[in-house]
Design a protein around this ligand. Structure first.
Ligand SMILES: [Zn+2]
Length: 558
């Protein structure tokens, strides 16, 4: 039978659409709307959206305007769409010397080491502080692990290794022990933020981490680049004086020479540090640091909008969607392109929460959720999750009434996928909610593949987790419909190698945001289900954040 040309085209188009989506039409209109938001937020006019710049003004106004257009209410009980986030920016000029083995070593800043002081003080001095090597610097009762072994490190300079201890499986030494520090996956004990927090808690004067490119996931130049610039912290009443006075990194090569000057072999001590019975090693050496800080205070903002719940007895309970609006700004020292547009990171996540907000505002009255939905676009994520930390420390609504945070940082750009990855898979009951929604989409939930990168600790949901609120965070799926099997992996690796935190994080001609639209729809339905449900999301037994939530909720029946 001869098929008319136009009908053949229709059939072909139908066949393609059927092959591309297992369940529903990909939402091209949503993809177009999201791309439109990314176009604006990642434009050069927004100058890379750095806190405290004209780019902040434009970004905050854009998010507020878009929430207003959707009919969302002011998220701050004071009647505004913003929450002030007071930051302090510090540029440290540091010099250091080590008295070791009868010699004075003077490492070269940026070449051998980088160090700053986050004390809000113009001058910070650490003099003749004893140097102690403390292995991985980890105190983890659940693994019966304590690298300090009760040694008093007050006033001392502690030197530690990067990552969590890579303990070998006693039955198969080719693998890491899954029962210790989650095997290959990174636990919070492996994050450098943890190490400085632990050194601070122990009262050390200075803390230096030995950088290694493999375990860090990035070369020393990346550390030197970001630590050599202005660093931001939240303004605190005590000016961060309880933090370790000097925090920094040594290059691996310099660490090896320092260890050998003290009469130790770096590799031998590193091997010893993987043993539970490791004890801190006194270098019989002294460190001196002199830091001059140039400081400025800066009033940044989180943007917050509210979609009011329909049930008067439940509307004082909340589900939060978060995404950071900020990015790295511009670097005038660069030749050529100077603007870090941050299209994927995280203009796209902002587009995601706007699309989700739109779906809520389009719900018929009868389908509006009983509980209230908050949309939180936070500042200064790139400076250390500061906007979300500030919200978690100064919540506008009680955390005991906050059911969950669903965070977006980057979204699928390779097209519709069969899968979506959960970062921190197994942590909370929200995995089950997500799996149910995905099943309706004929898609699947899969555990995160790149667990060694510590993604769970690297975006804003973590600040909610830290204070106990169940939080959910995904990574884009790798199984892209209608593409070769390695296409998703190729795009992800390409992004990490070429565009992540670079001026080239821009909209690419190959972007297909239908997958992002579908993921946004999944997150929307998930939040709707939680906001309607009779059971609150919970951390699963064994999750490191469960105790905090249980303690918080003990006095707050619901
Ligand atoms: Zn990001």
């Amino acid at each position: 039978m001869r098929i008319p040309h136009s009908l053949a085209l229709l059939l072909a188009a139908g066949a393609t659409a059927a092959a591309q989506s297992p369940s529903q039409d990909p939402d091209q209109a949503a993809a177009d709307r999201m791309l439109g938001h990314v176009r604006v937020l990642s434009s050069d006019e927004f100058e890379g959206r750095a806190p405290g710049t004209a780019g902040e003004e434009l970004s905050v106004n854009y998010m507020r305007q878009e929430f207003l257009k959707l009919g969302l209410l002011a998220g701050n009980p004071d009647g505004s769409y913003v929450q002030g986030v007071p930051l302090v920016g510090i540029v440290s000029a540091t010099s250091a010397s080590f008295e070791v083995g009868g010699k004075t070593l003077t490492p070269a800043i940026l070449n051998d080491y980088v160090a700053v002081s986050r004390h809000v003080a113009p001058a910070v001095e650490v003099k003749d502080s004893e140097i102690v090597f403390v292995g991985y610097g980890v105190v983890a009762p659940e693994y019966a692990w304590d690298d300090f072994k009760g040694i008093d490190v007050r006033g001392k300079t502690v030197v530690m290794l990067i990552n969590d201890p890579p303990v070998r499986d006693p039955n198969d030494p080719t693998k890491l022990d899954e029962k210790m520090f989650k095997g290959k996956a990174m636990t919070y004990y492996g994050r450098w933020t943890y190490k400085f927090e632990e050194a601070s808690a122990k009262g050390a004067a200075a803390c230096l981490i030995v950088h290694e490119t493999g375990p860090a996931g990035y070369p020393f130049a990346v550390v030197a680049g970001s630590w050599g610039r202005e660093n931001f912290s939240l303004q605190t009443p005590g000016g961060d004086a309880t933090r370790v006075a000097v925090e920094g990194w040594l290059t691996l090569a310099y660490a090896k020479s320092l260890f050998s000057a003290a009469g130790f072999d770096f590799d031998a001590l590193k091997a010893a540090a993987v043993q539970r019975d490791f004890r801190p090693v006194d270098f019989n050496a002294k460190a001196t640091f002199s830091v001059a800080n140039r400081m400025r205070s800066l009033a940044s903002r989180n943007v917050i909008a509210r979609f009011e719940g329909s049930d008067p007895s439940r509307r004082n309970e909340y589900v939060i969607y978060s995404a950071h609006w900020d990015h790295l700004g511009r670097n005038p020292r660069l030749k050529g392109d100077q603007i870090f547009n941050g299209a994927a990171d995280n203009a796209l996540g902002c587009a995601g929460i706007l699309e989700i907000a739109r779906k809520f505002s389009n719900l018929p009255a009868a389908e509006r959720p009983r509980r209230t939905i908050l949309f939180l676009a936070v500042t200064a994520e790139e400076q250390g999750l500061l906007g979300s930390e500030y919200y978690a420390q100064h919540p506008l609504y009680p955390l005991t009434k906050t059911l969950a945070d669903i965070n977006i940082d980057g979204m699928q750009r390779a097209g519709p996928s069969r899968d979506i990855e959960v970062v921190g898979y197994g942590n909370s009951t929200m995995d089950d909610v997500a799996a149910g929604v995905l099943a309706e989409q004929h898609r699947v939930l899969v555990p995160e593949t790149d667990t060694e990168k510590g993604h769970f600790y690297r975006s804003d949901h973590f600040e909610f987790a830290k204070v106990g609120v169940p939080s959910f965070y995904t990574n884009s799926g790798l199984d892209i419909i209608g593409k070769p099997a390695d296409y998703g992996r190729m795009r992800r690796d390409e992004y990490v190698a070429s565009d992540y935190h670079k001026v080239t994080d821009e909209i690419k001609p190959w972007w297909d945001l239908r997958g992002a639209a579908e993921d946004a729809d999944m997150l929307f339905r998930m939040g709707l289900r939680i906001a309607q449900g009779d059971t609150w999301p919970e951390w699963k037994p064994g999750c490191e954040f469960k105790a905090r939530r249980d303690e918080m909720m003990a006095g707050a029946p619901h």
